[in-house]
Design a protein around this ligand. Structure first.
Ligand code: MF3
Ligand code: CO
Ligand code: CO
Length: 293
């Protein structure tokens, strides 16, 4: 992949087209320039090598285990702070570090977002009630590598609205992942998500997006959960990023609470989210935080 490419070779982006008709024409990868260098220069994207991928995969496995532990623990009557304690201790006991703690002064080890909270909920004394939906967003540093994933859980029996928003946000992540392969673009991911979500009468939050990840918590590029087919950055093997659509039952408008973190729906409607860390492969995509979707 990092070898020099000739005009008539297959394009290093994996599209299956000749290089001269693909990335060379698009001006992304210059003649004789390694893809890794081109992507760093043009987009500030750090393509990962095998060793990096193995590191992120290990970190991702711990994230998935942590989410599983959180899922087994979560129930009516506990506080969101108890989820924080569980995630913190589970992570540290397995040799990891919770990335959120002290990240840009975030005060806790995990984001816990209940009902109308879209993201960045700060764990605290709030007690979970039957019928609530709760997103737990875990980011772990293990061996110097970051991985990030989240799930939305039901407390007790969900109502009709809760069922709907959780099902649409889950399917929107599936559709986003389905658009990940070399030769597609970040815009294709956004389009796949937005077109589905809006066809279900729900809305996509614009202010928060997926992101490159691995060496840092948030790297280039932004992965918008809305957009146009063919827009944005062409995907190439070795890119690692999250897809994490935040989906509202009502309007897409947001409000941030006075704590400076908690983001809620402006209209008070329910919001749900699922997130995974994805690797672009030659064949398509591999989740580095694989949980059943
Ligand atoms: N985990 C979130 C994401 O998916 C980011 C949380 S930032 C924090 O990108 F500081 F609130 F932890
Ligand atoms: Co996250
Ligand atoms: Co993320």
């Amino acid at each position: 992949m990092n070898d020099k490419v000739g005009r008539n070779d297959f394009c290093p982006c994996g599209s299956g087209q000749k290089y001269k008709r693909c990335c060379l024409k698009k001006g992304v990868v210059q003649k004789n320039q390694p893809v890794k260098q081109a992507y760093y220069k043009k987009y500030n994207i750090r393509i990962k090598d095998e060793k990096d991928i193995e590191g992120i995969r290990k970190s991702g496995a711990l994230v998935v285990q942590t989410l599983e532990a959180a899922g087994n623990f979560i129930r009516e009557g506990i506080t969101t702070d108890e989820i924080n304690t569980l995630v913190h201790e589970f992570t540290v006991n397995h040799g990891g570090k919770p990335a959120p703690l002290n990240y840009r002064r975030f005060p806790k080890s995990v984001c816990v977002s209940v009902n109308e909270v879209i993201c960045h909920g700060i764990p605290g004394p709030r007690v979970l009630n039957a019928g609530d939906i709760v997103n737990v967003d875990v980011t772990t540093i293990l061996g110097g590598y970051f991985a990030d994933a989240s799930k939305t859980f039901f407390i007790g029996q969900p109502g009709k609205d809760a069922e709907k928003i959780v099902s649409v946000s889950l399917e929107s992540l599936r559709r986003g992942i389905g658009a990940v392969k070399p030769g597609n673009t970040t815009g294709d991911i956004g389009w796949a998500i937005q077109s589905y979500v809006e066809s279900e009468g729900c809305s996509v939050v614009r202010e928060y997006v997926g992101h490159g990840i691995g060496f840092e918590f948030h790297e280039s590029p932004h992965i918008l959960h809305y957009g146009k087919k063919g827009g944005g950055v062409p995907l190439v093997p070795g890119m690692v990023f999250t897809i994490e659509p935040m989906i509202n039952l009502g309007g897409r408008e947001i409000r941030t609470e006075k704590d400076g973190w908690t983001v809620v729906t402006a209209d008070g409607s329910l919001s749900a989210q699922f997130e995974q860390t994805l690797l672009v492969t030659e064949e398509g995509v591999e989740s580095l935080t694989p949980f059943g979707l």
